[in-house]
Design a protein around this ligand. Structure first.
Ligand SMILES: O=C(O)CCC(=O)C1=CC=C[C@@H](O)[C@@H]1C(=O)O
Ligand SMILES: [Mg+2]
Length: 369
């Protein structure tokens, strides 16, 4: 596989409704799409999950653009690769910048799968024909609005409900939800809004039978989470803290986490995501695939990854219509009774809609060897 050329596009898409977390609110999303071409004219596509502001990790659309244009593409252009695992090796001298690396590596994985006439799921070693999906609901104006939203998504068949919590919108919010939905599979994502000082408050969550509490403490912490897990019955799920297999190994060894939210962009790409999946499977730690409000290309990569066997909990990969009036792939991602069919066609299994992509493109750069 000769890496002949790249096209980097910056897209701007407006989400159907704002998404609010303990960090803030997002509705107009800008992100990068990476297209890579080989010597046969095959195209592979990847999507960066970095936001415009550094509130989830330190990466942004602009830092990604800088890294991809000035460092990552120059390392790959003109190279002959036999497997996408080589991309991470070639990028290893570059510190951090996992979302930038993952966007480029994801495009190479799609290209590799297409060249070998394999679905991306199969190329990764996944066998699931369909995946169970949940829904992540941002902070709402009030409890009645949240209850109405939860009901509407349950009616659509979603198998798991994830809500956001933050100081002042936590115990009573969950109590109110449980009063309306005593048995629904329910989890809360705190996005690092608490500290160990809040241990007694967080212990109150134990009465509600949550599947897990996601990232209650510091975004880069593993040690304090191990102290907190000893106090909680509710399993802790780490998201922001886990950037690599090494982080996952340490968190599991310390007892900091009982579940891991695997996000391709956060861990630097599909190869590392698969290594984390395999390690967690060997150590009895279930994983699920988190979301980053992706458009269709990123959604397609998440679906392929979730076809691996240890993705046993419903993830955040909801359907395209949850986010976008019009997505950038055909067909769009459809959820039927809380399930998404894993494409068996080659590569990501969805066709980039070039007209829609052009419509949303606000910047475009081309690189050849
Ligand atoms: O993509 C989705 O539907 C889930 C989005 C989501 O829950 C998140 C996206 C990005 C940062 C956070 O707010 C949160 C998360 O931590 O999982
Ligand atoms: Mg999270």
């Amino acid at each position: 596989m000769l890496i002949e050329e790249f096209t980097v596009r910056r897209l701007k898409m407006r989400m159907k409704e704002p998404f609010t977390t303990s960090f803030g609110t997002l509705q107009d999303k800008q992100f990068l799409l990476i297209e890579v071409k080989d010597e046969l004219g095959n195209s592979g596509w990847g999507e960066s999950v970095a936001f415009e502001a550094p509130w989830y990790t330190e990466e942004t659309v602009d830092t990604n653009l800088h890294m991809i244009r000035d460092f990552l593409i120059p390392l790959l252009i003109g190279k002959k690769l036999s497997h996408p695992d080589q991309v991470g090796e070639i990028f290893s001298p570059i510190r951090g910048n996992n979302m930038a690396k993952a966007a480029v590596e994801g495009a190479v994985w799609d290209l590799y799968a297409k060249r070998n006439n394999l679905s991306l799921a199969k190329a990764l070693g996944g066998n699931r024909q369909s995946i169970e999906v949940g829904i992540s609901i941002g902070l709402q104006q009030d409890l009645p609005q949240l209850i109405a939203k939860v009901q509407s998504y349950l009616d659509e068949g979603y198998k798991r409900i994830k809500v956001k919590i933050k100081p002042g919108e936590d115990i009573e919010l969950i109590r109110g939800l449980r009063a309306s939905f005593p048995d629904v599979p329910l989890m809360a994502d705190a996005n690092s809004a608490y500290t160990l000082e809040d241990t007694s408050l967080l212990k109150q969550l134990d009465e509600f039978g949550l599947l897990m509490i996601e990232q209650p403490l510091g975004y880069d912490d593993i040690v304090d989470h191990s102290v907190l897990q000893q106090e909680l019955k509710t399993p802790i799920c780490l998201d922001e803290s886990i950037h690599s297999l090494t982080d996952a190994r340490k968190a599991i060894a310390l007892g900091s986490t009982k579940v891991i939210n695997v996000k391709i962009g956060r861990v630097g790409g599909l190869s590392e995501a698969k290594r984390i999946h395999d390690y967690c499977m060997a150590h009895g730690i279930p994983v699920w695939c988190g979301g980053m409000l992706e458009a269709g290309i990123g959604r397609a990569h998440n679906i392929a990854l979730t076809s691996l066997p240890n993705f046993i909990l419903p993830g955040d990969t909801a359907g395209s219509s949850r986010y976008w009036e019009k997505d950038i792939i055909t067909p769009e991602v459809i959820v039927l009774d809380g399930q998404i069919k894993v494409p068996s066609t080659k590569g990501i299994g969805f066709v980039p809609d070039l007209a829609a992509i052009e419509e949303f493109t606000v910047g475009k750069w081309h690189f050849t060897k």
